[in-house]
Design a protein around this ligand. Structure first.
Ligand code: NAP
Length: 454
């Protein structure tokens, strides 16, 4: 894939970039390694101060960064501004809490024993385009606080975001080499992982990319964290507040033009309320405003690339050909350039169709009718993913059973699955492993060193 800014709303190529040469990549790794030797000794209080400055820069220039994201990947501007603000939040969260998360932890034993948390060195972050700032900041803030240095290989369609992020951390005061962007394609990742100076890697993206990175790292005995795809269930039971559930369902499916790993994708509804729920979401989906992602009142902008549009379209057509019923949408928009796809709801989902088991990375909802909670949980668990899940009920026993039995990295009750700096984030099954955010997030890339003194 070319490294380029291509406006998804128009298809226009705005700017192209040359990939770094092998020698240039080696130079950057050498700089990162040299920086690490000193950076690891810098007191936490100083790292916190730089991270707080990064938060101020993000807030100061929020509009500029938000517009860059809109230009490169098409998310609506109001969501882009909120994303930049959330990046400032995660920087402050780790600036405030890292000292506690990384403090020596006493452990009772037959000696004087404790755990110390020490940085590993260079961590490679391979990141996706869907939240170009947030995905990077939620890696960078804990990594830098822990004393590691970061190399960012961002998605090839968001190069200007990648460059802006490096500039922000530099301007904030972090030493040259503490956080660097590598403009290279995905095919160059394995060589970087193979470099002895790179100690570990994290990837957020698709299953094939995650499997490829993990295989390369596995050969080198290097740790990885993988944040991969999901097809989160959104279960609505009889006692739910239907209006609230339908409003949240719409937001949870449509966030980021439907291109979020934790978007609700499969709506699993008990039969007794299914007609009413469907009627409500049809109305709410149809009320969304499709338009220019730079406009403040736009709800749905274009998908990030033509290939995502094509994949969504093909998967919808295939599901419909197999017997799925279209409740709204379901056809590409012909009246405008750019990668637009309308909010779509599919029901009567056939076994084996893409709508049943695959991740729809766009504004398409699949509705499944079930008899009861047991069937809902079975349906929720019947896919290879396990990222998040949302359950709507006001019955305590139902809530407790769903929390216990749903196979996912997170269960949100009567609310939308979301990422929050304070809450650990990650998946099970083919959604990946390891955790970002919260205290577990900063402990992923450290040497958990056991100390025992007689
Ligand atoms: P993708 O194609 O896997 O790209 C993600 C990153 O991986 C990009 O930087 C890409 O570089 C790189 N890459 C691609 N192939 C690679 C390979 N063989 N080896 C190493 N790196 C490789 O993913 P996407 O389609 O952009 O993103 C959508 C997916 O990400 C969805 O499945 C979504 O659910 C998932 N996601 C998960 C989370 C989470 O936290 N769990 C969050 C956001 C998104 P190039 O751009 O240069 O190809």
């Amino acid at each position: 894939m070319a490294i380029a800014t291509i406006n998804p709303a128009t298809g226009e190529t705005i700017k192209t970039f040359e990939a770094l040469t092998e020698a240039e990549v080696k130079e950057k790794i050498a700089l990162a390694q040299a920086t690490f030797e000193n950076y690891r000794k810098i007191p936490l209080a100083q790292r916190s101060e730089w991270l707080r400055t990064a938060a101020e820069i993000l807030e100061r220039d929020r509009r500029q960064y938000a517009e860059l994201m809109v230009l490169e990947m098409g998310k609506p501007i109001k969501g882009a501004i909120a994303e930049v603000e959330k990046c400032a939040l995660v920087c402050r969260y780790y600036a405030d809490n890292a000292a506690e998360f990384l403090a020596d932890t006493p452990v009772p034993s037959d000696g004087n024993s404790f755990i110390r948390y020490q940085p590993l060195g260079i961590i490679l972050a391979v990141m996706p385009w869907n939240f170009p700032f947030w995905q990077v900041c939620r890696f960078a803030a804990p990594a830098l606080m822990a004393g590691n240095v970061g190399l960012l290989k961002h998605a090839s369609n968001v190069p200007q975001c990648a460059i802006a992020l490096e500039t922000i951390f530099k301007e904030a005061g972090f030493p040259e080499g503490a956080f660097q962007t590598l403009l290279v394609g995905g095919d160059r990742v394995e060589a970087i992982v193979n470099d002895d100076r790179v100690m570990a890697a994290t990837l957020t993206g698709s299953e094939p990319a995650g499997a490829s990175l993990a295989a390369a790292a596995g050969k080198q005995i290097k740790k990885t964290v993988l944040e991969l795809g999901g097809s989160d269930p959104f279960i609505v039971l009889e006692s739910a507040d239907l209006e609230k559930a339908a409003t949240t369902a719409t937001a949870a499916r449509m966030l980021n033009n439907g291109q979020s790993c934790i978007a609700a994708k499969r709506f699993i509804v008990v039969e007794s309320i299914a007609d009413a729920f469907e009627a409500k979401i049809i109305e709410k989906f149809n009320a969304l405003k499709i338009g220019d992602p730079m406009a403040e009142d736009t709800d749905i902008g274009p998908l990030a690339t033509p290939s995502i549009l094509q994949e969504i379209d093909e998967n919808v057509q295939k599901s419909v050909a197999m017997g799925a019923k279209v409740l709204t949408g379901g056809e590409r928009l012909q009246d405008r350039p750019g990668n637009y796809y309308p909010p779509t709801i599919l029901a009567e989902i056939p076994e084996g169709s893409p709508a049943e088991k695959e991740e729809f990375f766009g504004p398409v909802a699949s509705v499944f009718r079930v008899k009861n909670l047991a069937e809902a949980i079975a349906r929720a668990n019947a896919i290879p993913f396990g990222l998040g899940a949302s359950v709507w009920t006001n019955v305590a026993e139902e809530r407790d059973r769903a929390i216990e039995e749903i196979e996912a990295g997170a269960v949100f009750v009567n609310g939308m699955v979301k990422s929050d700096p304070r809450l650990p984030f990650g998946g099970i099954k083919r959604s990946g492993y390891g955790r970002e955010l919260g205290q577990p997030g900063i402990r992923e890339f450290v040497n958990i060193k056991t100390i025992w003194i007689a």
